[in-house]
Every structure is written in C-alpha cells, then in structure tokens.
Design a protein around this ligand. Sequence first.
Ligand code: NAD
Length: 293
Amino acid sequence: MTTILDGKAVAADLRQNVAAKVQRFQAKAGRLPGLTVVLVGNDPASEVYVRNKGVQTREAGMLSDEIKLPESTSQRDLLNVVARLNADPAVDGILVQMPLPKQIDTQAIIEAIDPMKDVDGLHPVNAGKLAQGMEALTPCTPLGCMILLEKAGVEVAGANALVIGRSILVGRPVAGLLLAGNATVTIAHSRSRDLPALCKHADIVIAAVGRPEMVRGEWIKRGAAVIDVGINRVPKDDGKTKLIGDVHYASAVEVAGVITPVPGGVGPMTIACLLQNTLTAACYREKIDPKTL
Ligand code: NAD
C-alpha cells in the first residue's frame, strides 16, 4: 500500500499551529510578528505567489506588508529598500521575491538582507549554519519536505537519502536537513553518472530538478519515500497547461511506500513554512525560544 501524502492538509495543520503560536508570541512579546515581501516587476506567477503569501500571513494573525517596485528598479534602489527593512523594528521577516530583473545581482540582494530577518534562509550565514549543523533560518521548501517525511512516519536516521538537484534554494539545504536528521546523503546533479543506479539504493528520494517526469518508477526501490519538489508547467492536448512534477507519478506510485503528488504535495508546504520561519525570526529577535511557544 502506497501512502499518498496530502500536502494541502499537512500545510493547513501547520498554518493553524503557527496561528496558535502567534497568539502566545503576542502575549509574551507584546507585539505581532511581521513579514514584508518585496516584489520587483510584474511577473504573473510571482504576483500570484506574493498575493497568497499576504493572505496566509494575515490569516495566521501576523502583520503583512507588500512593497511593489517597477521592473526598471535599479540595484541601488533595491539595496536601499532592503537596508530600510533591515532597520525597521516592526519587520521580522524580509522576503525578496525571485526571480529578479536582469539588471539586479540576486546574490548581492541575498547577502544584503539581515541574516536574522532572512526568512527564505538563503543568506550565506544561514546556509553556513545549516552546513555546520547549527540552528538557522532554513529555506522553506526543504523544511516542507522534512515535515512531510515526518508526518508520513518515514525513518530518516540511518536511511540512504538521494537528493537530485544542488540549488541553494532546494537541493543543498534539503541535503543539510537530511544529514542533520542522520541520513546517509547523496546529492546528484546534472553531471552525476547513472542516476537510476543511485535511485535504486535510496530509501528516500527528493527530486528537485525542474525536468518533467524525469525520475521513473523503474528507478525507485520498492517501499521508498519519494518527495517530488518539481513544478513544471507543460502543455495539454487542449492547448491549456498543467502542472507536473519531476517524478513520473503513474509508475512511481506503483513501487513507492510514500509519495507526494504534484500539485498538492510539497507546493502548499512552502508558504506554511514561510509563516513558521517568520515566527521563528520574530522569536530570535525577542530572545524567545520558539520551542517554548
Ligand atoms: P534549479 O534549476 O536551480 O536546480 C536544478 C538542479 O537540478 C541543478 O542543481 C542541476 O544540477 C540539477 N539537474 C539538472 N538536470 C539534471 C539531471 N539530468 N540529472 C540530475 N540533476 C539534474 O532548480 P530549483 O530552484 O532547485 O528547483 C527545482 C524544481 O523544484 C523546479 O521544478 C522548481 O519549480 C521546483 N520548486 C518547487 C518549489 C515548491 O514550492 N514546491 C519551490 C522551489 C522550487
């Protein structure tokens, strides 16, 4: 029997949990946690994400602010906005929505954000802390993957985990979290040889590649946990588009012990984990141990 993980339900539970903790945070700190999202340009997908983030932040009882800047914004102007948010005591979390327009050096923006307010967990200080096994703000999608594994009762300690993809957003941090959970971690990437053989040894497969249905059911070890991070928009016969993952779901569901669908698996977890990170950042700033909430 394969367990199909319902990311929507797990994310809804997490949001409720965060909302309850926000009330306890307010009782202790005398204020609400606040998240500011900065959107540069008019990318339609980014606009939808930012709107959803705002709605869910407010639903969790936190303060939400959005700063919209034109596509032509210069690097200096964006750095000034980030500096202002770094200095604003009401702002606990800063999220600059990616991708950024071509004239802006994304890495420079990531490094300009105060690591204490870096709710995306992309700042080298936070990435370095994760690499050293220290407590840190950690990227949201990898956190979501780990929560899904935990909800499914997957034993991470001692497992052979294969992460496919090595981006700073997903692959590397999820590998760090799996290692922190005492898995034996392999990171595969575009130059890896014989991916099917690597998959065959894996008790946990995290696919974060961006290639539709690349990971085939025949590659998967029977009973493995398969977490599909991929979100690929592909054309349908009727001219519309649909979302599919990096895993060939129809064949993988036949062999996996646990699997996430696309859509409705990892996707909904990302914003829920962003809310959790905002609360965690607020706790750090108020010197409250998040575990005591
Ligand atoms: P990316 O393009 O930055 O990284 C892709 C990685 O895949 C690279 O490290 C590359 O080495 C590796 N790769 C490419 N071809 C490969 C191959 N043939 N074999 C093995 N590895 C290969 O992408 P990303 O930002 O890490 O995102 C990956 C996927 O996850 C995308 O589909 C993206 O849309 C999705 N995503 C989903 C969420 C979510 O909320 N669910 C969040 C972020 C990203």
